[in-house]
Design a protein around this ligand. Structure first.
Ligand SMILES: C[S@@+](CC[C@H](N)C(=O)[O-])C[C@H]1O[C@@H](n2cnc3c(N)ncnc32)[C@H](O)[C@@H]1O
Length: 294
């Protein structure tokens, strides 16, 4: 089958779901992935014959079912680094790259000092691994409740030659044995926890809703800050004085998140917008934070 015929088949079969640019982009990614044909070769040699088009035609079928291209290929890029992904981990998002960038900008002034960092709900490991790669003096820990997600994160740490200590634990279950009993204290705690309220499901695209792990996405409507509260309580015990807590947040809950950090008595609280001007991340510093339990 000629490459240009496959390209036409893609446009014809997908144009009711995706824009022309998206379809072209999928096609480029897939021809590079399956046949090692780059964009230039594709433009110069559209008549080249593909002897085994089965794989790319199967990918076309999955795209028709709105499966994300990253899951089809099994990899993506985050903060300039390659990451494996599968159905057990959230596909890393550009706004999370902005969070990593913020943390790095705030940490580089102290680059010589050795620091400890904890990423809670690490998923693919994207935050922990990009911090480990860019903060050579940091000892980085990453925690997730999902054993399947941790398998992917460990593979990604190896792929990127990054040293990260992975912990399987449930941040909502205050046993947190492995961390607390060893009295680990952190200079930076970061989390992009589940934060989508069930009521927001109808605003979500089908490709996210039907493919990405719900464990990574959803919280109940009546307690949407559940994870943030648990992590603030955890920080009360395990964040060093002067240490910083960084969160990615639900764009509709910026005010509530700022108030939550105030209630815990964090200092230097800052709410930050992403490049689309949406409230997307918040940071607080431990001066004299307190517990709100009882
Ligand atoms: C929104 S995803 C973030 C993944 C990754 N950090 C990122 O930014 O792409 C939330 C992650 O929290 C994990 N998680 C859900 N409930 C948890 C819990 N009770 N304790 C620890 N991790 C949890 C999920 O498995 C998922 O990997």
């Amino acid at each position: 089958m000629r490459l240009k015929d496959i390209k036409n088949t893609f446009q014809n079969q997908l144009n009711s779901i995706y824009s022309k640019e998206e379809i072209d982009n999928f096609f480029f990614m897939l021809t590079e992935f399956y046949f090692g044909v780059d964009r230039l070769k594709l433009a110069l040699e559209p008549d080249v014959n593909i002897a085994n088009p089965e794989a790319i035609l199967y990918a076309l079928k999955l795209l028709k079912e709105e499966k994300p291209i990253q899951y089809i290929i099994g990899e993506t890029e985050f903060y300039g680094l390659p990451f494996k992904v599968n159905k057990n981990v959230l596909i890393p998002r550009p706004e999370t790259e902005e969070l990593v960038d913020w943390i790095l900008n705030e940490s580089k002034t102290n680059n010589q000092q050795s620091i400890t960092v904890l990423d809670i709900g690490t998923g693919s490991g994207c935050i922990a691994i990009s911090l480990a790669k860019n903060l050579p003096n940091a000892k980085v820990y990453a925690l997730d409740v999902s054993n399947e997600a941790l398998k992917v994160a460990k593979e990604n740490a190896e792929l990127n030659n990054a040293e990260v200590n992975f912990i399987e634990d449930n941040i909502l279950n205050p046993s947190q044995k492995k961390l607390v009993s060893e009295s680990y204290k952190f200079d930076i705690i970061v989390s992009n926890p589940p934060y989508v309220r069930k009521q927001e499901k109808q605003l979500m695209k089908a490709n996210v809703l039907n493919n990405e792990p719900h464990l990574a996405l959803f919280v109940s409507d009546d307690n949407p800050l559940l994870f943030y509260k648990a992590i603030c309580e955890f920080s009360n015990k395990n964040l060093n004085k002067g240490g910083k807590l960084f969160f990615e947040i639900n764009e509709y809950l910026g005010k509530d998140m700022t108030q939550l950090l105030k209630d815990y008595n964090f200092k230097n609280i800052e709410l930050k917008q992403d490049i689309f001007n949406k409230d997307r991340m918040v940071r607080g510093e431990h001066d004299n934070i307190k517990s709100l339990l009882n």
